[in-house]
Design a protein around this ligand. Structure first.
Ligand SMILES: Nc1ncnc2c1ncn2[C@@H]1O[C@H](COP(=O)(O)OP(=O)(O)O)[C@@H](O)[C@H]1O
Ligand SMILES: C[C@@](O)(CCOP(=O)(O)O)CC(=O)O
Ligand SMILES: [Mg+2]
Length: 420
């Protein structure tokens, strides 16, 4: 595989069923194909180096390949690694402990999970590769509920499977390629957040909109929502930081404390997601009102799980009082983003007041973006001209804003021949 090459994966919006999805309930999500993570895999000046460069979170780390030797060498280790590679449903205890001691200097840092997830995938997928740098840039807000963690895992899983030779397609990614990316990006999400449902990385891999369900045996089951309707909606980013890992584990505590009360809430969310998907599949003037109702109910149930935040309630309450539509938190909650589905007859002046108040009085950011579209994608070296390569290298090394990244790299919009 010639270097450099680039991979990319989109963020997502969960429309129904965040949190309950972790408990094998169905959920509906769509990719946000214009908000993406890009990964540049390039040659390192040092032939022994494996370097991670994550400027968005100001994290850079370089390993010498020999540092991984203590994990890779020996017959017992080889057997344990083989298990880790074949049984992707559980993280390998051997690898978790080995990486913990290798990264003991990072243990207390905020970046531990990013380094852990990267090196877990690296050891499993392409441990023979060295003299390489992995640089990530994203136009997604991080920790906002739009699936930045999953898009990073998908971009890494695609790149590492390409480096190992497991993915070789040069015209179109096949169903098998995407299955492999989905499987390994789920492992990456597990490293970052413990017990993910798999919906975020499934959407970031396959794109479009899906009704998703993880079965009890660990397999994933999803149906694409055909012709996903472009619903008039607004995404509000409260800029309130939070961690998906913490929120998911808080809900787990609540479930184990009050199973008889909380489990029915999760089941109701699953029912709601199934009905929501039916409506989205055949959206009409008649059932549009029901869609708005389901959004309202879903938010109320999430409040019951304790994953809202006063900052999100401010968005919900303003959309209610201006009567513009229904608002729910999206993603793990606790801050991050809220999704407002607008009423068909929402007054333009009220929508404007909604946006102005949130931006000017609360300092929130509003995104107007289309849902659905391209999933993971790859740009091989052969498809990049030397001139474009120069531009791309600059984007990954200098502090450019996301507009520049989009102009040069956005799949479907730019002129580069992305393989999807
Ligand atoms: N651009 C990025 N560069 C490096 N790491 C990232 C990036 N985006 C996300 N991550 C990883 O994902 C974590 C945030 O994931 P999470 O809490 O699940 O929020 P969300 O997925 O909603 O954005 C970060 O702490 C970091 O480990
Ligand atoms: C809370 C959850 O349903 C969604 C988390 O999404 P995000 O990381 O907040 O973008 C967890 C999951 O489904 O894995
Ligand atoms: Mg996440």
């Amino acid at each position: 595989m010639s270097l450099p090459f680039i991979t990319s994966a989109p963020g997502k919006v969960i429309i129904f069923g965040e949190h309950s999805a972790v408990y094998n309930e169905p959920a509906v999500a769509a990719s946000v194909s214009s908000l993406r993570t890009y990964l540049l895999v390039s040659q390192h000046e040092d032939p022994e180096a494996v370097e991670l460069d994550f400027p968005d979170i100001q994290f850079k780390h370089k390993w010498s390949h020999s540092e991984f030797g203590c994990i890779l060498k020996g017959e017992t280790n080889s057997r344990a690694l083989e298990m880790a590679r074949t049984n992707t449903r559980e993280l390998s205890q051997f690898l978790v402990e080995s990486l913990e001691s290798l990264h003991s200097d990072l243990k207390k840092s905020l970046f531990y999970h990013a380094a852990f997830s990267f090196s877990y995938l690296y050891i499993c997928l392409c441990p023979q590769v060295k003299g390489v740098r992995f640089s990530i840039r994203s136009t997604l807000p991080i920790g906002a509920g739009l699936g930045s963690s999953a898009s990073v895992s998908v971009a890494l899983a695609l790149a590492m499977n390409r480096l190992s030779g497991a993915i070789t397609s040069d015209r179109e990614l096949s169903i098998e390629d995407k299955k492999l990316v989905e499987e390994w990006s789920f492992v990456g999400e597990k490293c970052i957040l413990g017990t993910p449902s798999g919906i975020d990385n499934a959407v970031a891999t396959h794109g479009n909109a899906v009704l998703f369900k993880r079965e009890m045996d660990g397999t994933t089951n999803f149906e694409f929502v055909d012709d996903f309707p472009q619903i008039p909606m607004l995404l509000t980013y409260t800029k309130i930081p939070r961690s998906t890992k913490t929120l998911v584990s808080n809900v787990r505590e609540l479930v184990s404390k009050h199973p008889n009360i909380v489990k029915p809430i999760l089941v109701a969310m699953g029912q709601l997601a199934t009905r929501g998907a039916e409506i989205l599949d055949s959206l009409s003037d008649e059932n549009y009102h029901e869609l708005l109702e389901l959004v309202r109910v879903n938010h109320g149930l999430l409040v019951g799980l304790g994953v809202s935040h006063p900052g999100l309630e401010a968005v919900r309450s303003l959309s209610d009082s201006l009567e513009i539509g229904s608002t729910k938190l999206t993603g793990a909650g606790g801050g991050g983003c809220a999704l407002t589905i607008l009423k068909k007859d929402a007054k333009q002046s009220a929508v404007k007041q909604f946006k102005d108040t949130l931006e000017n009085e609360h300092g929130y950011a509003l995104y107007q973006t289309q849902l659905g579209g391209i999933g993971c994608s790859i740009l091989p070296r052969e498809a990049i001209s030397d001139q474009d390569l120069k531009k791309i290298r600059i984007l990954f090394t200098e502090d450019f804003d996301s507009k520049h990244l989009d102009q040069v790299l956005l799949p479907g919009e730019c002129t580069l021949p992305w393989i999807t």
